[in-house]
Design a protein around this ligand. Structure first.
Ligand SMILES: Cc1ncc(COP(=O)(O)O)c(C=O)c1O
Length: 372
């Protein structure tokens, strides 16, 4: 099965072997793809967000504006601080809507989290200007945007007061995130790897093994995919139990140190290009900015005709392509009067573009999508 969830037989380092160099040349290291600022490494993106907001003194009585189509990893840390996650509708293609932010911004508003969904650029210069004028912080959530740069070469995350990146979205690692801060910098975690973070990483390893097993079943395998979902929830339940600062595990630190990030990013970009160029199904519209020269999408986001999503997902799955799994969890609009421009739950699919896809995978993927 071809899936956005990556199979990861053996250790993450084995899965990354082709992109690991003992000592990548300057310019090719993972840190060379991060924006300027103080780096703080954490076990997860949610922990990085919690720690970054805490360092800014955000807590009870404060509002943080967030988009509604977003993962628990954004909402949970805000709520854990006692602050309110206030949902603000996004415009077409999940692009932040400054007019909607303006309407939602009040005396309690301390920060805006702008999410670079799937690695898609947001109008960060305009948002940064708006935030400065309103005296609120801009937090660039680049959890899904590791390696992406604007056309002028500036890494995503360069315009906010802080930016966070989650490693598990792009790399086959069991944990790891980085916060890049420019003021009110949180202290580095001194205690090494916390027991919560170690347990979550272990459970994430179990999850990756479940993905591996499910992907090996060409089609069907409902039980195997149920195990994927339950192992994912178990890992994140532990991780969201507390957000006390922890470093990533040694295995992840090793990958960070040895990754030839340029080769890895180039490979993902070339897969995206080949997949996108092959898709000619007129009923499907890809969104995002995968066509920008330096963008490295986590997946290719696409909209299918309204009401067709379940049918398309089921048909693709029968052909060995998974267009959507955990994306179903990314919606906090239940009971919140805050529609996006469209109902993404009803129309949104994720097309895999992992660096691990070979020519035969890409052919199968493209053929399957074009037949839907
Ligand atoms: C947009 C976004 N921000 C933050 C996070 C949290 O990252 P992590 O899973 O590393 O805690 C996620 C995770 O899904 C995410 O999608």
């Amino acid at each position: 099965m071809i899936s956005c969830l990556r199979a990861c037989s053996g250790s993450p380092a084995d899965a990354l072997a082709a992109w690991l160099a003992a000592d990548p040349a300057a310019g090719n290291r993972l840190v060379d793809f991060l924006p300027r600022g103080e780096l703080r490494w954490f076990a997860s993106g949610r922990m990085a967000l919690f720690q970054g907001l805490a360092a800014q003194g955000i807590g009870a009585g404060d509002d943080v504006l967030v988009p509604p189509y977003v993962a628990a990893g954004v909402v949970d840390p805000i709520r854990a601080l006692g602050a309110r996650a206030r949902f603000v509708a996004s415009g077409p293609g999940l692009v932040a809507d400054v007019a909607a932010l303006n309407a939602a911004c009040g005396s309690r508003t301390r920060a805006v989290v702008v999410v670079h969904h799937l690695g898609q650029a947001q109008p960060v210069e305009e948002l940064a200007r708006w935030c400065r004028a309103r005296g609120v912080m801009l937090i660039e959530d680049c959890a899904q945007a590791l390696f992406s740069r604007h056309p002028d070469g500036t890494p995503y995350g360069s315009h906010g007061h802080m930016a966070l990146f989650s490693l598990t979205k792009q790399l086959p690692v069991t944990d790891g995130a980085v916060l890049v801060a420019r003021e009110s910098i949180p202290p580095a975690p001194a205690e090494g790897v916390s027991s919560t973070a170690a347990e979550a990483a272990r459970l994430m390893g179990v999850h990756l093994a479940a993905v591996d097993a499910a992907c090996r079943e060409q089609t069907g395998g409902e039980d195997a995919w149920r195990a994927v979902a339950s192992t994912y929830r178990r890992a994140y339940d532990v991780l969201s139990r507390d957000f006390a600062a922890s470093l990533p595990t040694a295995a992840t630190a090793d990958v960070i140190a040895r990754l030839d990030a340029s080769a890895f990013a180039d490979r993902r970009r070339s897969v995206v290009r080949r997949v996108a160029a092959g898709i000619v199904n007129p009923a499907l519209s890809a969104f995002g900015d995968w066509q920008l020269p330096l963008s490295v999408p986590m997946a290719l986001g696409a909209l299918v005709p309204a009401g067709k999503r379940s049918d398309w997902v089921a048909r693709a799955e029968r052909a060995g392509v998974q267009l959507s799994t955990l994306v179903d969890l990314w919606d906090y609009t239940e009971g919140v009067d805050c529609p996006n421009d469209i109902d993404h739950r009803d129309r949104h699919v994720l097309i895999p573009v992992g660096e691990n896809l070979d020519g035969a995978d890409i052919d199968l993927l493209v053929r399957t999508i074009n037949r839907l």
